[in-house]
Design a protein around this ligand. Structure first.
Ligand code: DAH
Length: 342
């Protein structure tokens, strides 16, 4: 019987094949329809029956041998390929991670948070009012009628004849009192954005205030003084003192300007306090009876105090910032200096 193929030679070729595609070609060559083996099988019908059994077995053996050899080589190549991929895709868990910078709150927001937290600790709750406000709330309800000279200092931006961007947070007082329907107690702070027709190094057309309002039976100036001293010390240090100077605001009577002893020179006099030992901090006073009455509270039964802090002013004092516009410049180099780690 004629030798179909050289098995040893074929095995050698298979074992030396190191490419899966080529191996597949070899499978076609050795076992495909046009292979010597397939042709031999096709010829089998021509053999005598007694020859056919022997021949058939040897062809089958050959086929199995080739098949096994190819499969074994295929398994080996696939394993090698897998190992290579695993090797390539190994993750080095000892590499340092890529860090990215996380932003933080701006200076103004930080100061608002700080003052709010102090006041919440003192029993205040937070109230908010609209930035687009009516002339009525911004001025009239605050005892500043049309033509009042105090309007001049708070010239603002008008949406129309009677609607404006609020020039202070004081009108939130009126909203809160109206909502309380003549019944105390009220103890709120109102942080928010306000607008004025101002712009220089220490004034901006857009800035922030925190208003405070306390209304109850029997509230006196002593309550105001006590709370202001507590807040001043929490903000600027336990050694601070406060000083009340007589002043005027249409919505308070009496009105005071509140100074805090200088935290930089401890009151001796320095550039920050301009040699006086005192720094002007905020305006305050006892809520004017007209304001109480206008917002539905009986001034014969209830009294109250109010104060208003300029947030940017506090931030500038605290950090020695000379130009208010830096606070809004969105300059990353400036903001980074005030970044608080979380
Ligand atoms: N609304 C005043 C302003 O913007 C600040 C102020 C002063 C608020 C005295 C008050 C106050 O509540 O009692 O200039």
């Amino acid at each position: 019987m004629e030798k179909i193929i050289d098995l040893e030679e074929a095995k050698k070729v298979i074992n030396e094949c190191h490419d899966l595609n080529e191996l597949n070609n070899l499978r076609v060559t050795y076992l495909g329809k046009k292979s010597a083996l397939s042709l031999a099988m096709a010829q089998m019908g021509k053999l005598k029956p007694e020859e056919r059994a022997v021949y058939g077995k040897s062809v089958n053996d050959l086929k199995n041998e080739l098949n096994n050899a190819i499969n074994a080589q295929k398994a080996q190549l696939e394993l090698a390929k897998l190992n290579e991929t695993l090797q390539k895709e190994t993750i080095d868990i000892s590499l340092p991670g890529q860090s990215f910078e996380v932003g933080s709150k701006g200076i103004v927001a930080q100061v608002i948070d700080e003052i709010c937290e102090i006041c919440i600790g003192l029993g205040f709750s937070i109230a908010e009012g609209p930035e687009v406000e009516s002339d009525h709330f911004n001025f009239e309800m605050m005892n500043i009628p049309k033509g009042h000279p105090a309007r001049d200092m708070q010239d603002t931006f008008y949406i129309d004849e009677t609607t404006l961007l609020r020039s202070h947070t004081s009108p939130v007082q009126a909203h809160v009192m109206l909502a309380a329907q003549g019944k105390g107690p009220i103890k709120v702070i109102c942080p928010g954005k306000v607008y004025r027709r101002d712009e220089d190094t220490t004034h901006s057309h857009e800035f922030h205030q925190i208003e405070a309002l306390v209304v109850d039976k029997g509230i006196t100036m002593a309550d105001l003084k006590g709370i202001l001293l507590t807040i001043a010390r929490k903000m600027f240090g336990e050694k601070r003192e406060i000083r009340l100077r007589s002043s005027f605001f249409p919505f308070t009577e009496p009105s005071v300007e509140v100074d805090v002893s200088c935290f930089q020179c401890e009151g001796k006099g320095c550039n920050l306090c301009k040699g006086t030992g005192w720094i002007e901090l905020l305006g305050a006073g006892m809520v004017h009876p007209n304001v109480l009455k206008g917002a539905g509270f009986d001034p014969n039964v209830y009294t109250g105090y109010a104060f208003g802090i300029g947030v940017e002013r506090v931030a500038m004092l605290r950090y020695g910032i000379e130009d208010m516009r830096y606070l809004f410049a969105n300059n990353v180099n400036i903001m980074k200096q005030f970044k608080k780690e979380r």
